[in-house]
Design a protein around this ligand. Structure first.
Ligand code: FES
Length: 73
């Protein structure tokens, strides 16, 4: 899916333990908000803990997916 590809392209997957929950949360966010702010992304993902990435690449992945979604419209 586009969100999965964005996670791969942004390097947001390391061990992968947290990835399914982040993908579901990010996908749900992008369904309700096509152009989320960083605060929106942080709030949407806030229930998911990642021990590997430091979150910056995860935020990049969601930003990337949102941008690609906007280009496709
Ligand atoms: S990628 Fe390892 S816990 Fe998130």
């Amino acid at each position: 899916s586009p969100i999965q590809q964005a996670f791969i392209d942004a390097g947001a997957v390391q061990c992968g333990f947290c990835t399914p929950g982040l993908l579901v949360a990010a996908d749900e966010l992008l369904e309700r908000q096509s152009d989320p702010s960083d605060q929106d992304i942080r709030e949407a993902l806030s229930g998911n803990l990642c021990r590997c990435t430091g979150y910056e690449k995860i935020l990049d992945a969601v930003r990337l997916a949102a941008a690609r979604q906007g280009e496709a419209v």
